[in-house]
Design a protein. Structure first.
Length: 264
């Protein structure tokens, strides 16, 4: 495990990087996670944090001996602000290709916005943790929640795998958004699930695999049904967008999340 602390009021807890397989590194921050594949074939970034976490993204790459310009591609699980910030910067600054499932590209480009807005948040301020969470992320939305990646394209798939370093397999797990995808690195035994499930969130009292609160999902019932698609993965490490890694079979993580459901 390697980690670091970046100074400033916006990042009081810095980041932590866990090496979860030979080539995959799981980056934790207080509010969201991302994943870096760094292998002999190159570097792929999976999700990328808020726009206000750029320093943490750069620092997390440096912690594993990599630079932003070395990132060959960004794979986005879904087009929400807490997963797009670094991708937008990399695309603009270095021309880094950004890819998502074909059904998710409109969300990543922000021609469509399937994301909880102010009305949903205000309607749930009475729930524990919501006000504190909303206040904490406000400073991370420097570019606003509408920030997208206009150049984003559909996944370059060939023979069932994505033609980027690491060559993961994509699984469509719709519901959180229309084209939410998980990425299965079968050679590494690791499944990157984005927000298809979480193991912890500031607005949830549940510990362990779970669906995020229903206000965060475009279609909560579809999100619940889609968990079954994770059962096809042989991986034994599951990396969520929020919370700690799940060490164990992917089907067990999906079953636990189904049993816990969404907290509200």
């Amino acid at each position: 495990m390697v980690g670091g602390d970046v100074g400033g009021d916006d990042h009081p807890r810095g980041f932590r990087v866990d090496r979860v397989s030979e080539h995959l590194h799981f980056v934790h921050t207080e509010h969201v996670n991302w994943v870096v594949y760094a292998g002999p074939d190159g570097v792929t970034l999976l999700d990328s944090g808020y726009v206000g976490q750029r320093d943490l993204l750069v620092a997390s790459l440096a912690a594993i001996g990599r630079r932003p310009e070395e990132v060959a591609a960004v794979l986005v699980t879904h087009g929400h602000a807490d997963h797009l910030g670094g991708a937008a910067w990399l695309a603009e600054q270095f021309g880094t290709p950004v890819h998502a499932h074909a059904d998710e590209v409109p969300n990543v480009r922000r021609s469509v916005m399937e994301q909880a807005g102010g009305a949903q948040v205000l309607g749930n301020v009475f729930r524990p943790g919501v006000v504190r969470w909303a206040m904490a992320i406000a400073s991370l939305l420097e570019g606003g929640p509408g920030l997208g990646v206009p150049s984003a394209t559909a996944l370059p798939e060939r023979d069932g795998r994505i033609s980027v370093p690491g060559r993961p397999r994509a699984l469509l797990v719709a519901g959180h958004t229309t084209g939410h995808a998980a990425y299965d690195f079968e050679a590494e035994g690791v499944l990157v699930v984005g927000d298809a499930l979480a193991t912890r969130h500031a607005t949830s009292p549940i510990a362990g695999p779970q669906l995020l609160p229903s206000m965060f999902h475009h279609d909560p019932e579809c999100a619940r049904r889609s968990l079954g698609r994770l059962r096809s993965s042989p991986s034994r490490v599951v990396l969520p967008g929020h919370g700690e890694a799940w060490i164990g079979p992917a089907d067990a993580a999906a079953d636990a999340a189904l049993a816990n459901g969404w907290p509200w």
